[in-house]
Design a protein around this ligand. Sequence first.
Ligand code: HEC
Length: 134
Amino acid sequence: MKYFIPTIIILGLSAPSVMASTTTVEQLLENYRRQGAHEFDHRAGEKFWHQSFRDKKSGKMRSCTSCHTQNLRKPGRHVKTRKRIEPLSPAIHPGRLSDVGKIRKWFRRNCKWTLGRECTAQEKGNVLLYLQSQ
Ligand code: HEC
């Protein structure tokens, strides 16, 4: 009983943000399907998350984990500014994956930096499913 009530309170508080992230992700996936993406796969998203791409200018390897780390439930650190980045997991950090505009903006910026190009609709859908599952 001692631990039961705090657990219910925590679950109660986190539920709305998880629900918000579900609708947002659904909306984006629908969009990506219209752009020609097929079935989305969180395992392909996980692989993409860890994949390294060589930067043409510096020759250094870059990946999503460069700033967000391998563990989405832990805070990351921006490789250049060294600023802390809150965990991407919507289960840990309320408000994650709940704003279409924010996700679009950061996909554009982060894909360009990491891959040297925009991510495809398929890549974005896969990685969103993976992020949501963490
Ligand atoms: C150079 C550092 C850096 C790299 C590399 C990076 N990100 Fe990010 N990302 C950020 C920063 C900074 C933010 C915005 C700060 C925040 O939301 O806490 C962010 C935010 C995001 C968000 C918004 C999440 C939300 O709903 O709040 C998504 C999604 C995301 N990144 C995905 C990716 C993916 C996918 C990759 C790899 C292709 C990637 N990031 C690589 C720095 C990076």
